[in-house]
Ligand binder design. Structure first.
Ligand SMILES: Cc1ncc(COP(=O)(O)O)c(CNc2cccc(C(=O)O)c2)c1O
Length: 390
């Protein structure tokens, strides 16, 4: 820890624990003490730590080819694109590495579509986003944010951004103009503290964007791939966006891989030389991602998250503790909002062997790997209740 304090940039405030090993839902510190992971690296570990099938795919592909660049075809890339397209029900996939890179890609696609297809005058395309959004830490992504801490000192930022209240379809309607390229939102806001929109909101968004010829971009980097109890959080209202932005668990908690998935009308705005990434679509990440997606499907992780999450939500909502302001969430993306700072309670949970993290000061996020056993989840919730009931 000393070296990290000496040489590592201070852009995080980690809990006082040094993780050295992990398997499934358990992480182990240097002394071999074990902790139940209730954060899943912010939902990048839906399949659990070091899933054997994902590690086997990593090893097998590493023995053959790790990187060639998109200057050449590779054998696993096409299979991966086809698998993701089938999963999303949209035909065209553009691979990147991090979530923020995929968000940037979606913004570029939306702006170019606005000019080339919708006919918005050059340089005037607008993107509408929601207050409380989190889409990453790049300059484009923080240009969308209304969180001063994410933006301060990084100006000048992108223009052509309008912010509307989250969950308010009428506000979205009022913000749409003929220059609007797209509306970008998280189907459930993660970093805002697990904020679930009113029932029907996503359906209203879909109808509004259709009527106004505005692209709907769903950032499912944190909510997608089974986390909320459905393949995508959009599935809760049986609607499909024009673009999905995926990341995190797409790489099975082993390698970073992200992507934008959409229809030809949008995705064909990219011609050779218009966008790219050195590692985007690399064979090693594609092989790992194929295994990660197989695990999600074969182990029924979305249904598991729905069932276990419903039980956890009911149990937490029965908790009678003055400290608790609200319990929110869907599937295994849960947030317990407190009337006080959450950090001390996360530190108490650490002492009891449960790892979670505060979000927006007063919210404890509970998001275990979707492979968690019912008894393990009950064990963790026992500790959460004990700490909050005091
Ligand atoms: C909804 C959403 N969109 C985009 C991103 C960015 O993904 P990348 O981090 O892979 O660029 C996220 C990321 N989610 C997330 C959650 C908590 C912390 C942090 C952090 O940057 O410290 C990021 C996210 O939750």
């Amino acid at each position: 820890m000393r070296q990290a304090e000496l040489h590592g940039a201070r852009n995080y405030r980690p809990l006082p624990v040094v993780i050295a090993r992990a398997e499934g839902v358990w992480m182990y510190d240097l002394a071999g003490r074990r902790y139940l992971d209730m954060l899943s690296a912010y939902s990048a570990l839906n399949q659990g730590h070091r899933h054997p099938r994902i590690l086997a795919a990593l090893r097998e592909q590493a023995e053959r080819l790790t990187l060639a660049s998109r200057a050449f075809h590779t054998d696993v890339y096409g299979a991966w694109c086809a698998r993701v397209a089938a999963l999303a029900g949209l035909p065209v996939v553009l691979p990147m590495n991090t979530g923020a890179e995929a968000v940037e890609t979606a913004l570029k696609a939306a702006r170019r579509w606005a000019y080339d297809v919708k006919g918005v005058p050059p340089g005037q395309a607008e993107i509408i986003v929601c207050s409380g959004n989190f889409h990453g830490r790049t300059l484009g992504a923080i240009s969308l944010s209304d969180e001063p801490d994410y933006r301060r000192g990084f100006e000048p930022l992108l223009t052509g951004v309008r912010i509307v209240p989250y969950g308010d379809a009428e506000a979205l309607q009022r913000a749409i103009t003929p220059a609007t390229a797209a509306f970008l939102c998280e189907p459930i806001q993660g970093e805002a503290g697990v904020v679930v929109p009113p029932d029907g909101y996503l359906r209203q968004v879909r109808e509004l964007c259709d009527r106004s010829r505005v692209l709907w971009i769903a950032d499912e980097i944190q909510t997608g791939l089974g986390r909320t109890g459905r393949r995508f959080a959009c599935d809760w209202e049986e609607v499909r966006p024009d673009l999905y932005v995926l990341g995190k668990a797409l790489g099975g908690g082993v390698l970073p891989i992200s992507c934008v998935v959409g229809g030809h009308e949008v995705m064909d705005v990219f011609e050779p030389g218009s966008h790219g990434s050195t590692f985007g679509g690399n064979p090693l990440a594609c092989a790992v991602s194929l295994a990660a997606l197989e695990v999600l499907e074969d182990e029924g992780l979305a249904a598991r998250a729905a069932e276990l999450g419903e039980r956890a939500l009911e149990r937490l909502r029965r908790l009678r503790a003055p400290l608790v302001k609200q319990v929110r969430g869907r599937g295994l993306l849960l947030g317990v909002e407190l009337h006080a700072a959450a950090r001390p309670y996360c530190e108490r949970l650490l002492e009891l062997g449960v790892l979670c993290k505060e979000t927006r000061e007063t919210v404890i996020r509970l998001a275990p790997p979707l492979v968690i056993a019912p008894a393990e989840l009950d064990w963790a919730l026992d500790k959460v209740e004990r700490v909050l009931a005091q």
